[in-house]
Design a protein around this ligand. Structure first.
Ligand code: 13P
Length: 246
């Protein structure tokens, strides 16, 4: 099996401040392992976060290069400010802003073309899980991207499995539930390209906290986490980072 350095990523959503960037940078500096830490602050804080020594990404990105797209986040400018990653297809972007699988695929392609590493978020709603659609939904979301960019492009990306019912609800997927979906994702990709599949980092997101992170990160196909609420609390976030393997 390929060695995969674990990633602990903090998605601040529309929260945080300049002072919190400083506090998080100080906390992350105390990390005791080699896990990779990436912060996704609001776009306006990217430059400061980079200057504090953090590895940084945008929470979404426009699929267009430039032009009359008021309010959008431009990949090239994010890159110029020092961002190296971007989330694409977070469930809040899909549900609140109506991003389709095709939009997400276009954003993934444009992010890569601009030199940002995409973290592709996938995951089912509670209703979909209850009607046994988890694998169908996750496969559909992945296939839309693969169809657009080809399987080889996934070598330079990360996938985050975030069941919608576990986001911000305190209802974490159990390590076994999460591992089952991560394994499904890796197997699906393995049928297309074994090497890409075994090297790909697949993160779990959804109510990860300092109590449950270690058992999640210990699963064979879980390569770290995408953390929402707990990434806004420096000491909790540090504890989560320290619970990663690496
Ligand atoms: P919570 O950790 O707050 O559930 O959020 C997860 C998430 O959406 C990270 O992208």
């Amino acid at each position: 099996m390929a060695t995969r350095t674990q990633i602990v990523a903090g998605n601040w959503k529309m929260n945080g401040s300049k002072s919190l960037i400083k506090e998080i940078a100080q906390a992350v500096a105390q990390k005791k392992n080699n896990a990779e830490v990436i912060i996704f602050p609001p776009a306006m804080l990217i430059e400061q976060a980079v200057s504090e020594g953090l590895s940084v990404g945008t929470q979404t990105v426009s699929e267009y290069e430039k032009g009359a797209f008021t309010g959008e986040i431009q990949a090239l400018l994010a890159k110029e400010l020092g961002a190296t990653f971007t989330l694409v297809g977070h469930s809040e972007r899909r549900a609140i802003y109506g991003e389709s699988d095709n939009d997400v695929a276009n954003k993934f392609a444009h992010a890569q073309a601009s030199g940002l590493i995409p973290i592709l978020c996938v995951g089912e709603t509670e209703e979909e899980r209850e009607s046994n659609q988890t694998e169908t939904v996750v496969a559909r979301q992945l296939e839309a991207v693969i169809e657009k960019v080809g399987i080889a492009a996934l070598a330079n990306s990360v996938v985050a499995y975030e069941p919608v019912w576990a986001i911000g609800t305190g209802k974490t997927a159990s390590p076994e539930q999460a591992q089952a979906v991560h394994k499904f994702i890796r197997n699906l990709l393995s049928e297309k390209d074994q090497q890409v599949a075994s090297g790909l980092r697949i993160l779990y997101g959804g109510s990860v906290n300092e109590e449950n992170s270690e058992s999640l990160f210990a699963q064979a196909d879980i390569d770290g986490g995408l953390i929402g609420g707990a990434s806004l609390k420096p000491q909790s976030f540090l504890a989560i980072c320290n619970s990663a393997k690496g």
